[in-house]
Design a protein around this ligand. Structure first.
Ligand SMILES: [Zn+2]
Ligand SMILES: [Zn+2]
Ligand SMILES: [Zn+2]
Length: 342
């Protein structure tokens, strides 16, 4: 059953949740003598780490970064893939929390898309136009491009469709605090990233100057041409494009990048405690203080990783060249594409 769920594209963490719920139910049933044996104890739960491990090989990582180096979003991919940040963490990075001096990222925020809620008085009436109470016919053509198939019919007192509410609230792209304290621990920036980050900052200042009054300040590291943080959907689409360009077969999980970073470190002969320190996987990262007692081992590991990841011969030392030489046409096209995505 777990295998089927995974194959159908459910995240391992989701499958694990299902396993926990099932086990609990079976345990209670067993205790109450409803069933003779708790079968959940007989199967291994899917391990989140194992099942999500679908990391890039060294060659794939290189090919991916070489494709990314051709884009203005290069730095975003270095940070995401090279440091194993999740999408929300990467897009939520803000300059205030980048310590160039100590070479640390403080991931204090993440970018999330929240679902809208109705702000109107009568949510049911508000959705009038959109309610559909009859299920679709089996040969429905209206939703044939929907990835998850036809939407379920509305319940009688349906209060959905808040996206279309004229007074909608609480949704859209927002900066949120990460859920666990562990994920806000400072993370060493690989030293080779530093000059690229500076170049990226300069590039953003140009973008801000170009945008003039239309610039909206969010302090985000990775922004659209008007200062708003990158749109996660557009970002995801770009990720797919990059995979294709790099000749990597499609990956179910975006967050596999965490393992990719680990794989690379492992292949470079970095020991496991150091890898976990960087990837913030274990308690080690909770107990160690970075700012003062940051281990040289870890910094060294980051340096090695950075050296490895940077397509040095091709893109360095000017990762921004690509943007500067980009024609106005392409830039306009991209801006338009972004507008549409929003
Ligand atoms: Zn409805
Ligand atoms: Zn349908
Ligand atoms: Zn409404």
């Amino acid at each position: 059953m777990y295998r089927t769920m995974l194959d159908n594209g459910h995240a391992p963490s989701h499958v694990l949740k299902v396993h926990r719920i099932l086990s609990r139910a079976l345990k209670i049933a067993h205790r109450r003598r409803i069933i003779g044996e708790n079968v959940a104890t007989l199967v291994d739960p899917p391990s989140v780490d194992e099942t999500e491990a679908n990391p890039f090989t060294t060659e794939q990582a290189k090919a991916f970064l070489q494709a990314a180096a051709k884009r203005p979003t290069f730095m975003r991919w270095c940070v995401g893939v090279g440091m194993g940040f999740r999408q929300g963490e990467t897009l939520g990075l803000r300059w205030t929390y980048v310590d160039f001096e100590a070479e640390l990222f403080h991931p204090k925020w993440q970018l999330q898309r929240l679902t809208w809620r109705h702000g109107c008085a009568d949510a049911h009436a508000c959705g009038e136009r959109l309610h559909r109470f009859e299920p679709c016919p089996p040969d429905c053509r209206t939703h044939k491009n929907y990835k998850r198939g036809c939407p379920k019919p509305c319940p009688k007192d349906c209060r959905r469709h808040a996206t279309a509410c004229p007074d909608r609230k609480g949704g859209g792209l927002v900066f949120t605090r990460p859920k666990t304290k562990k994920s806000t621990n400072p993370v060493p920036i690989p030293p080779p990233f530093i000059p690229y980050l500076h170049a990226h900052k300069e590039q953003q200042e140009e973008m801000r100057a170009t945008a003039g009054d239309s610039w909206q300040e969010f302090d985000a590291l990775f922004t659209r041409p008007d200062g708003r943080p990158l749109d996660p959907r557009a970002d995801w689409a770009e990720f797919k494009e990059l995979l294709e360009e790099a000749g990597i077969t499609d990956r179910r999980l975006y967050d596999g990048s965490r393992h990719t970073a680990g794989t690379i470190l492992n292949e470079l002969g970095v020991d496991m405690p150091t890898i976990t320190e960087i990837l913030r996987h274990t308690q080690i990262s909770q107990t160690r203080r970075y700012v003062k007692g940051r281990s040289h081992l870890s910094k060294d590991a980051m340096r090695r990783m950075g050296d490895h990841f940077m397509p040095a011969s091709e893109a360095a030392p000017e990762p921004v060249t690509e943007t500067r030489t980009e024609t106005a046409d392409r830039r306009a096209a991209r801006a338009q594409r972004r507008r549409r995505i929003r």
